[in-house]
Design a binder for this molecule. Structure first.
Ligand SMILES: CC(C)(COP(=O)(O)OP(=O)(O)OC[C@H]1O[C@@H](n2cnc3c(N)ncnc32)[C@H](O)[C@@H]1OP(=O)(O)O)[C@@H](O)C(=O)NCCC(=O)NCCS
Length: 184
């Protein structure tokens, strides 16, 4: 992907040297949907960075002032779906939550995907207990389109049985985005 600059952030592909910053938040993912991405050590983080560097849809969120990677976004990768549709998502180092960085980054990514990449429809899956992510979807102008009941399992109970989660789907169309990009 091309480098995108916002007021406080640089969005760019992952690259060598990002492993420590990625490990800082992926050693303990806070969202159940990212538990499978949990990293055990720095060597695994380096492998993950190399994988992400080759993925067009994987975006590092960096602080302009320090260059630190404070989270990531995905959307518009090689696994593009039919009819100009792609899924999007976000994962911020919790140390940098509550400062508007996720919104600033996702807003810029959405604009890029709709205007530069020509996507027609972006959608996000969000668990029903993940209020910060739902709030972000809503601030981005996404519509809650439905709730899939006991849709997916990321964890098991003490007896090893899958715990199924209720998953909401949010989406927005290009024409909706173009008719009113949400203000910062
Ligand atoms: C979901 C997630 C990205 C949301 O991050 P966030 O920091 O809460 O989101 P935002 O960037 O929208 O910032 C939130 C708050 O920062 C505040 N803020 C502080 N300074 C700000 C500034 N300069 N500009 C804008 N907002 C600012 C805002 O008041 C905003 O609160 P509001 O939504 O009530 O208005 C984050 O919680 C996360 O990464 N969670 C773990 C991973 C995850 O759940 N991913 C999604 C899976 S579906």
């Amino acid at each position: 992907m091309q480098i995108i600059e916002t007021e406080r952030l640089i969005l760019r592909p992952f690259r060598e040297g990002d492993a420590a910053d990625l490990f800082a938040y992926l050693h303990a993912p806070t969202a159940t949907c990212f538990l499978s991405l949990k990293l055990s050590n720095l060597a695994d983080a380096e492998i993950e960075v190399r994988k992400r560097a080759l993925d067009e849809g994987s975006v590092a969120i960096c602080l302009k002032q320090t260059g630190q990677v404070i989270g990531d976004l995905f959307g518009g990768g090689a696994d593009v779906e039919e009819d100009g549709t792609t899924s999007v998502g976000w994962n911020l180092n919790p140390q940098f939550g509550g400062q508007g960085y996720a919104f600033e980054a996702a807003r810029a990514l959405f604009d890029h995907l709709f205007r530069a990449k020509g996507f027609r429809r972006l959608y996000a899956y969000v668990e029903d207990h993940n209020k910060p992510s739902q709030r972000l979807c809503e601030k981005l102008g996404m519509r809650r389109e439905g709730v899939f009941v006991e849709f997916i399992s990321f964890t098991t109970d003490d007896a090893g049985n899958p715990i199924y989660e209720n998953t909401m789907q949010y989406a927005i169309l290009r024409r909706e985005w173009m008719s009113g990009v949400p203000a910062i």
